[in-house]
Ligand binder design. Structure first.
Ligand SMILES: NC(=O)c1ccc[n+]([C@@H]2O[C@H](COP(=O)([O-])OP(=O)(O)OC[C@H]3O[C@@H](n4cnc5c(N)ncnc54)[C@H](OP(=O)(O)O)[C@@H]3O)[C@@H](O)[C@H]2O)c1
Length: 438
């Protein structure tokens, strides 16, 4: 047996406690695989005496994660505290500055400081692992950094937030409202008490920004992601989409365009027959399209203590074996800026749901405006059975109309909708959902 690898764990919540549990149960098997033992030498959390389902009595205790990161008795620092700044940033920086390898599951930290931390790791000859930060238990970082090392990625897309996927799946299966699904998700522990970060798409944007950097060799640019959440999706949208052969998913997508990198997170209509549409409930999936492989779909648990801790452990094993790869796939000096490709010219098909006034000529006027914008309509569907649900929309004097466009550009759709609104033939805000063909 080689020299044991002594790890220090900051953060003993859902993921930290699960990691200790796995190390307790699988320690011998891991030692046989590695030829050395993984030993937890020290831990840190806010409260020393909180019940965590695992014993921490035999580990040295630190009140301060930064002091733990600086401890000479720690060969590898694991950050499972969370937060984009504060103790997470301070402790990860302290460890890297002394050349100590770091593993983190913290996407918020990486989305904001990932390039600086990767540069710090390179400068000090330390490894920085973050497999658990994107899509929890799915080994997408390793696949991108090592598995697909020589391929060039053309597009990446995926379902990267289990809370949103759970809500959209249940809305589809049980005909219940967004609000009811969210309440259930909170009661079941799938959604935070403040779910804004998840349902507004920011969590997916953080993960997408990290993937974009690994896919295209760009700096991480979470502030350049177009973000739209799922809070405006109604039962009407879910029903019409299903009748047309689609499901609605919150997707994160990144693609290289002539004028930059397009990074976007928004609800998307995907064909029921596509592989991504089959990823339901709290599951996550990331699809990678490369010049050599048409589509590689990695699907599995995107969160949860055990699955996420298993990804942390896979990084621990890599570091214990001495595997050395640049954290972001290429040296940070070679990363190029992530120039934002404008979303208003995004091309594709569109689902548009309108509350058209119940007056003669309304539909013809709407179709005319679309034609003026050179938008070709695949179908126009009137759904008197679907009552308008937006506040301020009079049910008796308007009717639900859904337009499906052929491929067109977003700026043309938005312009046509503005004209239709100023013609006075619709009430309330139109619903616009992008369609993606995979
Ligand atoms: N949970 C998941 O499914 C999941 C999935 C993927 C990635 N992640 C990421 O993994 C990280 C940890 O998530 P989690 O769900 O395990 O979080 P959590 O359950 O909230 O645990 C956070 C831990 O950090 C400790 N902590 C908070 N502030 C601290 C401070 N100032 N000093 C020392 N310790 C402090 C807490 O201590 P106390 O216990 O004493 O309060 C707690 O043990 C986050 O970055 C998260 O985004 C989580």
């Amino acid at each position: 047996m080689g020299r044991p690898l002594r790890i220090g764990i900051a953060g003993l919540g859902t993921v930290g406690a699960a990691l200790i549990n796995i190390l307790n149960n699988d320690g011998d098997a891991i030692a046989r695989k590695l030829g050395r033992r993984i030993v937890v030498s020290a831990v840190s959390a806010r409260s020393r005496h909180r019940e965590r389902g695992v014993s921490i009595d035999e580990f040295a205790w630190f009140d301060d994660p930064v002091a733990l990161a600086k401890s000479p008795d720690v060969d590898l620092f694991v950050e499972l505290v969370g937060g984009e700044d504060g103790p997470a940033l301070a402790s990860v920086s302290a460890a890297l500055e002394r050349g100590c390898p770091v593993i983190t599951a913290n996407k918020a930290l990486l989305a904001r400081h990932g390039v600086a931390l990767a540069a710090m790791a390179e400068k000090n000859g330390a490894q920085l692992g973050f497999e658990a930060a994107v899509a929890g238990g799915i080994p997408v970082i390793k696949t991108l950094r090592e598995g697909l090392g020589s391929s060039s990625i053309t597009r990446v897309y995926g379902i990267m937030n289990g809370t949103c996927n759970y809500i959209l799946t249940r809305m589809g299966a049980e005909s219940i409202s967004f609000e009811e699904c969210l309440k259930d998700a909170q009661e079941l522990g799938y959604a935070e008490s403040d779910p804004t970060f998840d349902i507004e798409g920011f969590d997916t944007a953080h993960k997408l920004a990290i993937l974009t950097s690994l896919c295209f060799g760009t700096e991480i640019a979470a502030d350049q992601v177009f973000v739209e959440g799922i809070a405006r999706i109604t039962q009407a949208d879910i029903k019409v989409a299903a009748d047309l052969g689609y499901k609605i998913k919150l997707l994160g997508m990144a693609q290289k365009r002539a004028d930059g990198i397009e990074q976007r997170v928004h609800p998307t209509l995907v064909r029921k027959t596509s592989s991504i549409a089959g990823v339901d409930g709290v599951l996550n999936a990331v699809a990678l399209e490369t010049n050599h492989v048409q589509e590689l779909l990695l699907a599995g648990p995107g969160a949860g203590g055990e699955a996420t801790a298993a990804s942390v452990l896979s990084d621990i094993l890599d570091i214990a074996r001495g595997t050395h790869v640049p954290p972001l796939g290429v040296p940070t000096d070679d990363l190029v800026p992530c120039t934002r490709a404008p979303m208003r010219v995004h091309e594709g098909g569109y689902y548009i749901r309108l509350n058209a006034r119940d007056v003669p000529g309304a539909l013809a006027a709407i179709a005319t405006r679309m034609g003026e914008g050179s938008i070709s309509l695949e179908s126009v569907i009137q759904r008197p059975d679907l009552r308008a649900s937006e506040p301020g929309v009079e049910q008796e004097t308007s009717r639900t109309v859904v337009l499906i466009t052929h491929e067109t550009i977003e700026s043309a759709v938005r312009e046509a909708l503005n004209r239709i609104a100023s013609d006075g033939f619709i009430v309330g805000q139109p619903q616009l959902i992008r369609i993606e063909e995979f």
